[in-house]
Design a protein around this ligand. Structure first.
Ligand code: UDX
Length: 442
């Protein structure tokens, strides 16, 4: 199939590349000339495992092209994917100006039947607004489809290639058939392509992310109770996760959810509910609990040291990204924790395998002035008063105990991601304080 992908951000690039890999002809279009040049030169601006291999192959075999010319990109396309930014506007609701602007332009360009697909996460009712914006400028036939993406950063290629489900929101049979044909190669294992109306499809995306954020938050609250009553959240996770109605995944307590999707989407669906006269109470709590959870580790540090004055102390930080296998630091707990620690007078030595540069760009001047960034995990331990773990990168899971004791001023670990086994910690003389589990050697 001939497909145009408008917007070469995270979603556009992954979708375009993966569609090309299944044999389609893809033209990706972006207004950013530098980006298009970079992509034409074979450089990918994001870090995503597995993407480069299929990107290179699709370019080599001529199935993936990049241009700044929207008209050229959509001329022969049967399907046009809109993968444009929808940043939160002043009222917390997604800003649709980029999407609607392109919709208007498409109206002026299309002359034969096209399927125009919203792939960005957009508020309920956006398909209707896009339809109106296109229709204003054309008499040609077209359909607007909602097709939300459920990609996880760090596993986007895998998620795209083998989705657990594909959701297609359209009331047009013709569009549904084209979209189903496009996605069939990705669900050969029998996973469903679920066709529904546009509004339900738009809401499905928000409901999925809000449910997952709620699940994590629920476990974080269980962890907080565990700390009060002397129970262990690991045991509870195993105890309830085996109930298939609950499920094993997304039950890991920690220092809160972050990233570019959960915080934004929970806020957006809460807002949409409010706009429609419904008070979505559970999501209000989810947001409040998560804000507190992100810095809960700082409170534990204050309790341990018996003061909120950390001047004269240096802390090592392991992990800056909001989760492993990404350099994305949007809404990362590490951003908030670093600020709180520096505010209390601490100096920091920070390490992350991928996210140091993105962190530097996003953090405050105060944090930058008081932080040394290092290029390996061990250097973040040298002469520190304690180590604070913010992200569960794999390489943090098995450091030898000697490494901690040899380098640190005092072997104290505040672990926001529950990386270490409590029995092993007990056998060492490391002070180990984690989330929802008994503290060791305090
Ligand atoms: C998420 C959704 O999973 C994806 O379907 C959607 O399209 C975009 O948002 P992503 O933001 O990449 O993807 O991250 P994900 O792996 O889902 O993790 C989100 C956050 O939850 C992270 O901060 C992670 O650390 C946290 N988390 C996850 C927990 O705290 N505990 C868990 O058990 C799982």
């Amino acid at each position: 199939m001939n497909i145009a992908v408008v917007g070469t951000g995270y979603v556009g690039l992954v979708s375009g590349t993966c569609f090309a890999d299944s044999g389609n002809d893809i033209t990706c279009v972006d207004i950013d000339e530098n980006k298009v040049k970079q992509l034409r030169d074979g450089e990918i601006p994001i870090y995503e495992p597995g993407l480069k291999t299929i990107f290179d192959r699709s370019i080599r075999e001529g199935r993936l092209r990049f241009t700044t010319d929207l008209e050229e990109a959509v001329k022969d396309a049967e399907i046009i994917f809109l993968c444009l930014p929808t940043p939160p506007g002043a009222d917390g609701q997604a800003d649709l100006s980029a999407v609607l602007k392109v919709a208007g332009q498409l109206g002026k360009m299309i002359t034969d039947y096209k399927v125009i697909v919203n792939k960005s996460t957009v508020p309920v009712g956006t398909a209707d607004r896009v339809r109106e914006a296109v229709a204003e400028n054309t008499d040609a036939e077209f359909d607007v489809v909602s097709n939300p993406e459920f990609l996880r950063e760090g596993a986007a290629v895998e998620d795209f290639m083998k989705p657990e489900r594909v959701v297609i929101g359209t009331s047009s049979e013709r569009a549904a058939e084209l979209m189903t044909t496009l996605y069939e190669p990705f669900v050969r294992s029998g996973n469903p392509i679920i066709v529904m109306d546009e509004r339900s499809s738009e809401l499905t995306k928000y409901a999925a992310n809000a449910m997952l954020a709620t699940k994590i938050t629920f476990m974080n609250e269980i962890a907080n109770i565990c700390e009060k009553v002397g129970a262990n959240v690991d045991n509870i996770r195993r105890g309830i996760g085996t109930d298939s109605r609950i499920g094993k995944r997304f039950l890991f307590a920690g220092i809160g959810y972050g990233g570019s999707c959960f915080p934004k989407d929970v806020q957006a669906i809460h807002y949409t509910a409010g706009q429609n006269g419904y008070d979505f109470k559970i999501l209000d709590s989810v947001m409040k609990v998560n804000e507190k959870q992100k810095v809960s580790i700082v409170k534990k540090m204050e309790d341990y040291y018996g003061t909120s004055d950390f001047s004269g102390k240096t802390f090592g930080i392991w992990g800056l990204s909001f989760k492993p296998e990404t350099d994305d630091i949007r809404e990362a707990p590490a951003l908030y924790i670093a600020e709180e620690l520096v505010e209390r007078g601490a100096k920091l030595i920070a390490y992350d395998p991928e996210a140091i540069e993105t962190f530097k760009k996003a953090t405050t001047k105060e944090v930058l002035d008081n932080t040394t960034f290092v290029l390996n995990q061990q250097d973040a331990l040298v002469d520190v008063d304690a180590l604070v773990i913010c992200t569960e990168w794999n390489e943090f899971r098995r450091p030898t105990i000697d490494r901690f004791q040899d380098h640190m001023k005092k072997a104290v670990i505040f672990d926001g991601r529950n990386l270490y086994d409590l029995n092993r910690a007990k056998k060492s003389n490391i002070t180990y304080i984690s989330v929802g589990r008994p503290s060791i050697n305090v």
